[in-house]
Design a protein around this ligand. Structure first.
Ligand code: HEM
Length: 453
């Protein structure tokens, strides 16, 4: 640097561009509900093709300001948005220090019902709670150690849903989501929690409050009642459930096992939306549907099965419509970037759809291409981050992919479905509202054919 060179600073968006980012990227993400979805808003956002507009805006800003990180002019806040894939990799790899996931927004939202949850913990608390979560969730295993016990419960719930589908002549969101709630109570807390629908209701109330983060007072009574219920179920430790793995997991006085459980209960929701969208993808892509059927042909779905193609289909659904579109971090110290320094306490926004749907870099951006996930080199090549990445990557990734691919398999095995309004997926929209998808029953395979494929 010569003596006359100015110190480098990160590019800064003008006021108008900042307002555009807030209105087009941040506001829709908050409005759809960060902790629990607001279905009417999701429908509006599909009609406005909101996520596609947001991606196009960020691509324009990348052309105008360079690869960033791009500072936004938000009064009273230091905030940047990441535009470069290398920067996304760096921030996720250098988590939790100097980029903590326990951002102000997340602490405000999740503090409503799990203030000691790992996602909003820091320092030694985080390390301790992460270790506990990874142990219970059996993070590295493609098939959870308790999967034998879980599959039977999942099968019972899917069978009861199928009865309803046959009576209704179609699969729709309301019964699917009711099945999902019961299935989640079984998998997380065991058969003894099956009748405890009040637990799911209380969690819904707390999540609706958490959507308002700082703006809503705490519901201490509901939280106490909810956590008491969770504790009772955890103490029972039903085999074949996550609660059954709690006692054997490493825990200390820092862990607070009961407060790790709400995340397991509510994070499963994302897989309900993603699996319903995956069904829509399959039923609008005959070639991939045939491949999925070929994968399950002859399998005994009453035993845990590894189903790579259906897992890849789930991952594609999550790439096309990520359920955590905004991956947030906050810098804990000053960091240095190619463009200049970034001060501590800067909020860092990674908008996953920008990278998942970046048609300036990805030939497959707007197509349904499960192969992307079956070729590790291709998937590792670019930040496809539906489960985040790095040391804070979702520790439930394998578990949830196994459970949801098994559910897809059971549904495909037992029914022939169609898809109403299939034109909604042509071309694949930026936003897809799962709550209004409807799958009429086309044909049911005779029971005798089911296990013979
Ligand atoms: C399709 C379903 C799911 C998706 C897409 C998903 C995605 C994610 C993402 C993106 C994060 C990181 C959030 C952030 O950095 O702000 C995360 C964290 C986490 N997820 Fe999941 N998740 C899913 C299901 C689950 C399930 C079923 C469980 C447990 C049973 C689970 C447990 C966790 C935990 C404990 C964390 C916090 C990890 C930490 O902070 O170290 N997730 N998940």
């Amino acid at each position: 640097m010569t003596s006359t060179a100015l110190p480098r600073t990160l590019p800064r968006a003008g006021v108008v561009d900042t307002v555009r980012v807030l209105g087009t990227v941040v506001l829709p993400t908050i409005a759809r509900g960060v902790i629990i979805r607001r279905p009417p808003v999701v429908g509006l956002l599909e009609r406005a093709d909101a996520d596609r507009r947001a991606v196009q805006l960020l691509q324009r800003l990348r052309r105008r300001y360079g690869s960033g990180p791009l500072r936004l002019r938000v009064p009273g806040r230091r905030m940047v948005v990441l535009l470069d894939h290398g920067d996304v990799r760096r921030v996720l790899a250098e988590t939790p220090d100097p980029f903590t996931p326990a951002t102000r927004e997340k602490r405000a939202a999740l503090g409503h019902f799990q203030p000691h949850g790992v996602l909003i913990s820091q320092g030694e608390d985080r390390e301790d709670r992460r270790r506990f979560n990874e142990s219970v969730l059996d993070t590295p295993s493609p098939v959870h150690r308790s999967a034998d016990g879980m599959v039977g419960g999942v099968r019972a719930e899917v069978d009861s849903l199928l009865g309803q589908v046959r009576r209704d002549g179609a699969l729709t969101w309301a019964p699917y989501s009711a099945m999902w709630d019961r299935m989640v109570r079984r998998v997380v807390l065991g058969e003894g929690a099956l009748a405890d629908s009040a637990l799911s209701d209380e969690l819904r109330t707390l999540r609706a409050t958490a959507n308002w983060a700082f703006l809503h007072p705490r519901r201490r009574g509901v939280r106490a009642s909810f956590l008491d219920r969770v504790e009772g179920h955890v103490r029972r430790a039903d085999p074949g459930s996550l609660a059954g793995s709690v006692a054997a997991a490493p825990s200390t006085e820092r862990t607070d096992p009961v407060q790790q459980v709400p995340q397991w209960l509510f994070a499963f929701d994302a897989a309900a939306w993603a699996s319903f969208r995956a069904l829509a993808l399959l039923h609008s892509h005959p070639e991939q549907l045939a491949r999925a059927r070929a994968e399950i042909a002859g399998r005994d779905l009453d035993r845990p099965q590894d189903l790579p193609f259906l897992r890849a289909t789930m991952l594609e659904s999550l790439r096309l419509w990520p359920t955590t579109p905004a991956v947030l971090r906050e810098s804990t110290e000053r960091t240095v970037w190619e463009g200049g320094p970034m001060p501590e306490h800067t909020s860092i926004l990674t908008y996953a759809p920008l990278f998942h749907r970046d048609d300036e870099h990805l030939a497959y951006a707007h197509t349904f291409d499960p192969e992307v996930w079956l070729d590790p080199a291709r998937a590792a090549d670019w930040p496809l981050i539906p489960f985040s990445d790095g040391p804070a990557v979702c520790p439930g990734r394998n578990l949830v992919l196994h459970v949801s691919s098994s559910i897809l398999a059971m549904l495909l095995d037992a029914t022939e479905l169609g898809l109403d309004q299939a034109e909604r997926l042509e071309p694949l929209p930026g936003t897809l509202d799962p709550f209004t998808l409807r799958f009429p029953v086309a044909q049911r395979l005779p029971v005798t054919q089911r296990s013979e494929g």
